[in-house]
Ligand binder design. Structure first.
Ligand code: BGC
Length: 465
């Protein structure tokens, strides 16, 4: 917890018991085994107390479905016991799909893994109408106008399950709708990367309404901790995007009955590859009098890595956005390690800004806008709580080994299209400065197991495995 003195308490007086100590979790208060009748009755009468940082002092749920796939890979057991998020990426995922158990089965297993101790389970809420409007690899099942189905067949059903007594001692972290609000900021109108699909979602307001509805409905459960997706530094790090992004976050967090108090925090780098910290150059460095911001790689961005961006964005959300001062950030570090033989061991030469930045950057992608199955990527920091001030945890939201999108068109019934950013022969578009995609070949549909990628991520892990 980064602010012991500002612990935010949400007290839900289910019974008439007096409040427990401020920072203890319900799980700590309930004696005996969860599931025993004594524990259940204690659980049903104890007040629900929200902690400031759900990850502090808690273990995090290991998804057995992902874990089994990782463990089946040569040497995969080195990471198979790491906690990864459960993606509820379509209505059918709530009940379970082939090879992936449903929400109730995950929560039952989470209660078992908790064994009466604090445990976080991470769920990705990912089914907005008109989903993934700036790309094609993860277009979803709901059309742009199907907000009613999103609210009632998806969010309400999930909230109903989460609210069951049996799960009230879990700390349920929800990752709210990756990419959606950032897409409204940069890809909806005017900008070079704009798409008609994002323009539609901006005009009809259904991303804003959907996110607000999700925040409000899920937070009402009491032991849910909402973290809203906030893109990454190489998406929102320019001033022209940074403040507008905060404004859109605020707009969504005050839509459809939501308030800023429905938000525990924000997450950056979800399913992306941006380096956590660039050790060999800073945004304030100059070479021969020129700022590194002028280099091709940085391209006038105000941030060169994820942790500096997440910290600044948090501060902006509080000061400009009016979010509570104790919001915390998460950073997805599942694939931003950039280890292996291509990793620089020191700064680049001081001949000019490009040589300096390109020689020293650990993010070895061709362009920072590349996002699909990046060749050369590695596993990043292992998940842990309270790694830095204002950061609630490093987390693995994108499960390593799950594809970002297919490298050629593959017919399917999941609403998944073919995005050429996943094609290694593609020469790019405005959103990646018309560079090569840097994607691995032979990738399956997004979310499907991609063994070659998993192996490469382990080989390039940093810290090494
Ligand atoms: C896909 C989802 C998948 C998730 C996690 C997304 O890109 O669209 O279907 O569950 O990645 O792998």
């Amino acid at each position: 917890m980064y602010h012991l003195d500002t612990t935010r308490l949400f007290v839900f007086l289910v019974g008439a018991l007096a409040l427990g100590p401020a920072c203890s979790s319900p799980a700590e208060e309930a004696p005996g085994n969860i599931g025993s009748s004594a524990a259940e009755s204690a659980a049903s009468t104890a007040p629900l107390v929200k902690v400031d940082n759900p990850y502090a002092g808690a273990r995090v749920y290991v998804n057995p479905d992902w874990s089994a796939k990782a463990a089946a890979e040569p040497n995969g057991s080195r990471i198979a016991n790491q906690p990864t998020a459960v993606w509820l990426d379509r209505i059918a995922a709530i009940n379970g799909t082939s090879g992936a158990r449903g929400l109730v089965a995950h929560l039952d297993e989470a209660v078992r893994q908790a064994g009466g101790n604090p445990l976080v389970i991470q769920l990705v809420i990912y089914d907005l109408p008109g989903r993934d409007c700036a790309a094609l690899a993860s277009n979803g099942e709901l059309g742009p106008t199907e907000i009613g189905r999103y609210q009632h067949e998806y969010i309400d059903v999930i909230a109903g399950i989460l609210a069951r007594q049996a799960y009230r001692n879990l700390r349920i972290v929800t990752i709210i709708e990756p990419d959606s609000l950032p897409n409204l900021v940069t890809n909806a109108d005017g900008q070079p990367g704009a798409t008609p699909q994002c323009a539609t979602m901006k005009q009809n307001g259904n991303y804003i309404t959907g996110v607000g509805y999700a925040l409000h409905t899920l937070n009402a459960v009491g032991n849910v901790y909402n973290y809203v997706d906030a893109g990454h530094h190489a998406w929102l790090g320019w001033d022209s995007n940074f403040n507008p992004a905060i404004d859109v976050m605020k707009q969504a967090a005050t839509a459809a009955g939501a308030t800023v108090n429905d938000v525990t925090g924000f997450i950056t780098n979800t399913a992306n590859y941006s380096a956590l910290v660039e050790p060999y150059f800073k945004v304030t460095d100059t070479v021969n009098g020129s700022s590194v911001r002028q280099s091709k790689w940085v391209d006038w961005n105000y941030y060169v890595d994820e942790r500096s961006f997440a910290t600044a964005f948090r501060n902006g959300l509080v000061s400009r956005g009016g979010f509570p001062s104790n919001i915390g950030m998460l950073i997805d570090t599942s694939r931003n390690g950039s280890g292996g033989s291509a990793r620089p061991t020191g700064p680049g030469p001081m001949t000019n800004v490009d040589a300096y930045v390109n020689g020293g950057r650990i993010d070895r992608r061709i362009h920072a806008g590349n996002w699909c199955n990046q060749s050369g990527a590695g596993i990043g920091e292992r998940p842990r709580a309270n790694p830095a001030s204002g950061i609630d945890a490093y987390v693995w939201i994108k499960p390593p080994g799950e594809s970002d999108g297919s490298s050629t068109y593959i017919p399917n019934t999941e609403g998944k299209g073919f995005d050429r950013m996943c094609d290694p022969t593609y020469t790019g578009n405005a959103r990646n400065g018309n560079n090569m995609s840097g994607a691995l070949p032979n990738a399956p549909l997004s979310g499907h197991w991609f063994s070659q990628q998993f192996q490469q991520l382990m080989a390039n892990a940093f810290p090494p495995l």
